[in-house]
Design a protein around this ligand. Structure first.
Ligand code: FAD
Length: 408
């Protein structure tokens, strides 16, 4: 895409997205395509939706963690620290899973330029694991050093959907970052497709609905927000590879306006397990090691290191360009028959049909620049209650639970 067009798009977008949107960027709906085609009637028709059982007693897990956001986008660059060549690969905001493969590819290319066959990766989250796998595939011998490993890393507490432009860069810095972002997003998107149809469904496409009380695209009142404006990079630059959004006229939801779009979901439990298994199968080793500050790079045996410490980089490198953006989720007992999710900005709640539990997210005020990892259980309980109220108002879609439960 031409830089000029991107700038135009970004400017238009700034006008379109309120600074304090009730939906987080992760949940922002994409406008319906106006291009008619032969399959449009199939996409916009109604479908039988299994009822979501949403009540607080079904909560099996609540989690809170911080997105490592940088106004200028992730830090992917080389630095000489003592006698080590360190390639930084951190600061992926709300898009760490989504951009992981492409970001790892760029970092590994930089590391390879130092000419060593042995590589250390610091960190075992979404970025560290995928970077390590990319390096192995490039023929390097990789050791991961990390304070924590899955399931105890922040990445494990994410929503788990392909949201490549969620709090990844501010609109101000987007023009400089757009090209690199596009490379990372396209590479990652393609890589994810290779995990479709794999046992355990680590990655799958699921329908997500956007619910609204007002027509999509209606101007919303501007409200003060400490957050910067974000560019709609996915909408601007990935249009040719991502599915379009369609308006659904016949649906069971208790709102007048509904759109539907397939979303790429990560079953983080299974997906992480698979990545770890691949890493070990390729001869990888994981060492438990907590670095206190920059001097500890000298304690790493390998001369070339990729630093994938996520939010941990803020303390490790005294890098206060990393802004914490708090996020809290709750998981409900899995319902394999539920194969759709939705976000409803008006009620500040979204639900994702993950295999490892229905994931409920509330959009809370005050998350930006908030590093509190203290769990606010009321926040999640009230989100589940709001979800239950919405489900209770949904019209029956003729979905037959008994039929769904009976063996094939
Ligand atoms: C609520 C929420 C929802 C999200 N949803 C999505 C989503 O749907 N899609 C998406 O793409 N992204 C999402 N994200 C963002 C995503 O989770 C992050 O971008 C991603 O987890 C960053 O991964 P990471 O590997 O850089 O960091 P981490 O997962 O934090 O991993 C860092 C690793 O470094 C290690 N480490 C840190 N400091 C040190 C140290 N000093 N010494 C040794 N080891 C250290 C840690 O132990 C860990 O192993 C979400 C985030 C939040 C908070």
């Amino acid at each position: 895409m031409q830089r000029r067009n991107f700038l135009k798009g970004a400017a238009a977008l700034l006008g379109a997205i309120p600074l304090n949107s009730a939906l987080s960027a992760e949940a922002a709906p994409v406008p319906a395509s106006s291009v008619p085609d032969a399959s449009a009637h199939l996409l916009s028709g109604s479908r039988a939706l299994a009822p979501i059982i949403a009540s607080p007693d079904r909560i099996i897990e609540m989690n809170v963690c911080t997105r490592p956001f940088r106004l200028q986008g992730p830090r992917i660059e080389s630095e000489r620290i003592g006698r080590r060549n360190v390639v930084h690969n951190y600061g992926h905001g709300g898009s760490g899973w989504s951009l992981s493969w492409g970001s790892g590819q760029i970092a590994v290319e930089m590391a390879k330029a130092h000419g060593r066959r042995e590589l250390a990766v610091i960190g075992c989250g979404a970025i560290g694991l995928t970077t390590a796998l990319v390096a192995q595939q490039a023929g390097l011998k990789v050791t991961i050093y990390a304070k924590e490993r899955p399931p105890y890393v922040s990445s494990h507490r994410a929503t788990g959907s392909f949201t490549p432009d969620s709090r990844i860069v501010s609109a101000q810095f987007a023009p400089d970052f757009a090209r690199q972002w596009e490379t990372m997003a396209r590479h990652s998107f393609r890589r994810f497709q290779s995990y479709l149809g794999v046992g355990g469904n680590p990655i799958e496409w699921r329908d997500m609905y956007s619910l609204s009380d007002v027509p999509f695209g209606s101007p919303r009142p501007a409200v003060y927000s400490p957050e910067p404006a974000y560019p709609g990079l996915e909408r601007e630059m990935l249009r040719d590879i991502t599915p379009r959004t369609v308006t659904v006229s016949s649906h069971p939801f208790p709102v007048p306006y509904v759109q539907r779009r397939p979303a790429l979901l990560f079953n983080i439990a299974e997906y992480t397990r698979l990545l770890m298994a691949e890493f070990f199968a390729n001869g990888g080793v994981i060492e438990t090691f907590e670095m206190q500050d920059k001097r500890d790079f000298a304690a790493i045996h390998e001369r070339t290191i990729i630093n994938c410490t996520g939010y941990g980089a803020r303390a490790l490198l005294a890098d206060d360009s990393i802004i914490p953006v708090r996020g809290q989720t709750a998981k409900l007992i899995p319902q394999p028959e539920v194969d759709y999710g939705f976000f409803y900005g008006g009620r500040r709640v979204s639900v994702y049909p993950r295999r490892d539990g229905l994931l409920v997210q509330a959009q809370a005020e005050g998350d930006f620049n908030n590093d509190s990892e203290a769990l606010d259980s009321e926040e999640s309980i009230s989100a589940v209650q709001r979800l239950g109220e919405i489900v209770a108002m949904m019209r029956s879609t003729g979905y037959n639970l008994d039929k769904a439960a009976s063996p094939e």
